[in-house]
Design a protein around this ligand. Structure first.
Ligand SMILES: *Cc1c(COP(=O)(O)O)cnc(C)c1O
Length: 461
């Protein structure tokens, strides 16, 4: 297109006023504020001018108005939008990690719409602490003296390192095999630096002994930090120092031991045919001063960073100025307290969705898959054995046997998977060997109808 043509196309575009009149007819201008609709109309016009510059023709007035309506629908509908996770990845970081239990959802709902005793001592009628109740629950489920909760595990570690290095020695000793990147660009060495600590790496990538830590301790040592390499595995000629060796060493030399567990497992994973994931109880029993873990990985609760440890150290973290900056909100606390209560009652594997999915039998899964197969009733679908994963940076390389619904689409697997995502409730599937597979393990009972409908519709297209 010549500059002249582009100018002609620009002139054929409607004014914001003309667009607004059209949007009044469409009902959008009545539903949202004038300023919001004007701003959206301007954005759409700007984008349209960009596409004209790239050689496209100017759309008609009605088309522009329709595009704005679609944009409003997309941008102003409730968000995050619920969807169906048929990937078989139980803790899927991109899909919001752990879905909450029924009791946790009820607790969030109750705390959200009402005043509460979040920081109020009802008996005394005076100010209370938002950490007291949850601290006791953490103590009860983990065996630690007390606990503290912040916004997420990354901020918990940041707070921990800031507090142990404050106003004193700054060196923190970490194994060379554990200066890792957790995901989303969260790197242990960077966090150490941010907190003002000085990283002292010991050992080698594959082998680090307690004696390596011992020889690095001096008057500048603030702490020993152990990090669970949660999202990868080093196999072969490897060695890592045991927690109790480090605790013994720390006690002898007056250095606290901090343990970043990552996913924070409270149950024995071997009963579900998985490799043993280190538990919080083991960390606490070993005598670690501070154990750090996430609320929304294997705890199966809300986003949160949980610290379990001895009272003196936990209190020190709670008093640090950074604690206020990484404070957890009331809805997170409500959800976490309900989730931890499920563990106290011994009902985690029934009440908490991630544990229900992990402990689900292949027979139950097969039954669901057979139901889908029957209702979809198409030669393009079949069942096959497959593997689910726990995800969320826990149990790398470990899988759970499952039964998958496999769809051989009439066109490309990518196009079919896209159609599955395009409904009002998107269905997220996996592509395996050019076949689209859906895993019932991560689909709740109430979502089966959505899956069946979405597959039928996507096959028709
Ligand atoms: C996931 C993870 C973190 C970060 O936890 P968030 O709750 O996502 O902030 C830190 N350390 C380890 C080892 C992890 O696996």
């Amino acid at each position: 297109m010549t500059n002249n043509d582009i100018n002609t196309q620009f002139r054929s575009l409607p004014s914001v006023e003309q667009l607004l009149q059209e949007l009044v007819l469409g009902g959008l201008a009545g539903e949202y504020s004038h300023a919001a609709v004007v701003s959206l109309a301007r954005q759409q016009l700007n984008d349209t001018r960009d596409s004209i510059r790239e050689g496209k023709n100017a759309p008609a007035l009605q088309q522009l108005a329709a595009d704005i309506m679609a944009r409003a629908e997309e941008e102003w509908s409730p968000w995050p939008r619920p969807l169906v996770n048929a990937t078989g990845v139980v803790i899927h970081t991109n899909l919001g990690r752990a879905p909450l239990s029924e009791p946790a959802m009820a607790a969030v709902n109750a705390a959200a719409g009402s005043y509460s005793d979040l920081e109020f001592d009802v008996r005394e009628g005076s100010r209370g602490s938002r950490q007291a109740h949850i601290g006791r629950l953490i103590a009860e489920v983990t065996g630690a003296e007390t606990g503290l909760v912040v916004n997420n595990n990354a901020s918990a570690i940041m707070l921990g390192l800031s507090a142990v290095t404050e106003g004193g020695p700054r060196e923190v000793i970490v194994s060379r095999g554990e200066g890792v990147e957790i995901g989303g660009g969260f790197r242990i060495p960077d966090v150490l630096m941010q907190s003002g600590a000085t990283l002292v790496e010991v050992g080698t990538t594959n082998r680090t002994y307690a004696r390596d830590y011992a020889s690095a301790i001096n008057e500048n040592t603030a702490a020993i930090l152990k990090v669970h390499p949660s999202n990868f595995r080093v196999i072969g000629f490897t060695h890592e120092a045991e927690l109790n060796e480090l605790v013994t060493l720390g006690r002898e030399r007056g250095v606290p031991v901090l343990n970043d567990l990552g996913s924070g497992c409270l149950l024995d994973t071997t009963q579900y045919g998985l490799a043993p994931e280190p538990t919080v109880q083991q960390s606490v029993n070993a005598g670690v001063e501070l154990s750090f873990f996430s609320g929304d990985k294997l705890i199966g609760g809300p986003q949160a960073g949980i610290i379990a440890g001895n009272a003196e150290w936990v209190d020190r973290l709670g008093r640090h100025p950074l604690a206020r900056a990484v404070r957890i909100d009331k809805m997170g606390l409500a959800a976490l307290s309900a989730t931890l209560t499920s563990f106290l009652k011994g009902e985690a594997h029934e009440e908490i969705p991630v544990w229900r999915m992990i402990s689900m039998s292949v027979d139950t899964i097969t039954e669901t898959a057979e139901g889908w197969l029957k209702e979809i009733d198409s030669p393009a679908v079949s069942l096959r054995e497959g593997q689910s994963t726990v995800g969320g940076g826990s149990l790398p390389g470990e899988t759970l046997t499952t039964t998958l619904l496999a769809v051989t689409p009439p066109d490309s697997p990518d196009a079919f998977a896209r159609r599955l995502r395009s409904g009002p409730t998107p269905v997220i599937a996996r592509i395996e060997d050019e076949v689209v597979v859906l895993d019932p393990r991560t689909v709740s009972d109430g979502q089966s109808a959505t899956v069946v409908e979405a597959v039928k519709l996507a096959l028709k297209a």
